[in-house]
Design a protein around this ligand. Sequence first.
Ligand code: TEU
Ligand code: CA
Length: 584
Amino acid sequence: ATPNPWWANAVVYQIYPRSFQDSNGDGIGDLKGITSRLDYLADLGVDVLWLSPVYRSPQDDNGYDISDYQDIDPLFGTLEDMDELLAEAHRRGLKIVMDLVVNHTSDEHDWFQASRDKDDPHADWYWWRPAKPGHEPGTPGAEPNRWGSYFGGSAWQYDPKRGEYYLHQFSKKQPDLNWENPEVRKAVYRMMNWWMDRGIDGFRMDVITLISKYLDGRGRLPGEIGSELSEGEMGEEGYTDASPFCSDGPRLDEFLAEMRREVFEGREGYMNVGEAPGITPERNEFITDPKNGELDMLFLFDHVGIDQEGSKWNTVPFEVKNLRARLVDQQEAVRNAGWASLFFCNHDQPRVVSRWGDDSDRESRELGAKAFGMLLHMHRGTPYIYEGEELGMTNAHFTKLEQYRDLEAINAYRQRVEEAKCQSPESMMAALALIGRDNSRTPMQWDASRYAGFTAPDAATEPWIGVNPNHVEINAVEEFDDPDSVYTFYKKLIAMRHNMPIIAVGDFSPMDAGNDDVIAFQRHLGDATIMVICNLSSKKTTISESLRINDNKQQVLLSNYSTDHAFKSMHDGVLGPWEAITIQ
Ligand code: TEU
Ligand code: CA
C-alpha cells in the first residue's frame, strides 16, 4: 500500500454553490452564504470542501462553461469574498479544493473569441475543421459527420465567422481546448499556479481524462467534417457516442505528469482528484500510483452506470450484485498501489437514497440513507459527501418538464421525445425523475421554513429551482441534535474514519454473504479485522452460516438499528430491511 498521505483518512464535502446558501436574497447560492455555514461543516467533521465552479461564466452549464478563470462570477460574489472564504475555512482547519474545468472553456472566453480569426495566435487553441466540399451540413444527400455531444446533437458546431466547425463534447457553448498546443497547456498551468498561490488546496479536475484526443487510429479526429471516421455505433438520436476520439487518449499520462511538475512540485498539503469518464479500475491504479507523478485520485463511473444501458435515459433496474461487482473491481485494482475515491452522490448523479434506496416512507428512507452511507464510508479510499447527502435529502420528484433547469435534461427531452421520437414522453419523464441531474440540485435543506433556510422566507426572488416540499421533515435543524438522525450517523462515520486507521488504510477483502441483496466485506490491519454487512433491500434477508456470530465477544461498532437488534440479526443470520452493521 502507498504511504499514507494526509488525504488517506480525509473526508471531502462537495458544495454546489448555486444551491447551498443564498446570502443576498436573489435565490441563488453564493460565496458569503458558504462562509456563513462553515461552522456547520466543521461540526460535521469533514476535512476538505470541493466547490463546483464559481468563476465568471454565462451559466449555460451552471458554471462548467468558464469565460474568465481568474475572476468570480458576480452571481456568486467577488474575489475578495473568495479570499474571505479561504481564510475562514483555513481558520477552522478546513481545506478548499476548486473545480478546474480545462477540457473546454466557454465560447465567450477571450481565447475562443480570438480563435475565431484564423490569423490570430489563438487560432490553434481549439479544434477547428473545414467542411468536406460538397458535404456541408444541409447539402441534400450530404454525408454529415455524426459525432455526438454528451448533451445531445452534433459535437461539431459551424462558426460563420471562421467558416469552419469547432468540436464541443458538451454544449456548443463549451468548445474543447486543443491540449496538443503547448501554449494552451502553459496558459492553463499559469492559471492553476495563480490559484494555488492565492491559497487554495488543490483541484477537482472536470473530465480531465478527455483532454488528450486520438489524432489517428481509434476514432480519429476527421481531417474534415462530413467524413464518417468514428467507430462509435449510432445512438437512437442518430449520433455516435461522444467519446470515440477521447477518454484516455494517447498523451493523457504525459499531460498529467507535466501538469504535476509545472504546478504542484514543491507544494505541500494539497489534493487533486480527476473526474475520469472512460477510465477502467486498472488505468486508475496507474494514474493514481504516486510513482507515476500524475493525480492523487480519480472519480470512476462504472459503478454509477449500472442502472443505465447505452443511453443514460435507457434506465434498467438496479441490482445489488452489479454494484458489489463494480466496487470490488475498484478496490482490488488499487490493492497494492494507487488510491480510490468513494462516491455515490454528486451534482451530476441523482440522490442515492432515492435512486437505489426507498424514500417512500421516513423509516425506509433513513435506514437506506444510513445503509448506503456505511457501505461507502467503510470501503478503502477517500469518501466524498455531496451537500445534503448527510441529511438523507432525496430526489426532487419533479413531474413537469418546466420544473427542470439542466440543459442536459431539456436537450435530451427535445432530442429523444420531440425530434428522434425514440422515447415516449412518459418514459423520458420517468428517466428524468430517476436520474436527471436536477435531482441533486434542489436547494440545501437547512430548516423547515418556506425556502428551507436556503434563502429568506420573504426573499424578493424565488430560488432558481424548486425547494423539495419534504424539507419540512428533512433538514439540518431537525436532525442536528437527534441521536438517531442520518446527520448524526454520518458524523459517526466521519469520526470513525479519523480515529480508526483500519478504516482509512486497512486492506479490503470481499465476502460472500450468500444473498444477492447483501454486500459484505472485511477490512484488515495488523491482526485486527472488522466486518461490514449491508442488506440493500427492503426485505428481510438471510445470510450464510459463515457470517453468523455465536459469541458476544464481538463488538458492534455501528449499526442503523439498535445494537441488540444487530447482535440478534448476526446471531440468527437474518438481517432486517436495509440493516447495515459494522462489527469487530
Ligand atoms: O461531467 C462530465 C460528465 O461525465 C457528466 O456530464 C456525465 O457524463 C453526465 O452528467 C451524465 O449524465 C462534468 C461535470 O461534472 C458536469 O456537471 C458538466 O456538465 C460536464 O463535465 C461538462 O463540464
Ligand atoms: Ca445569492
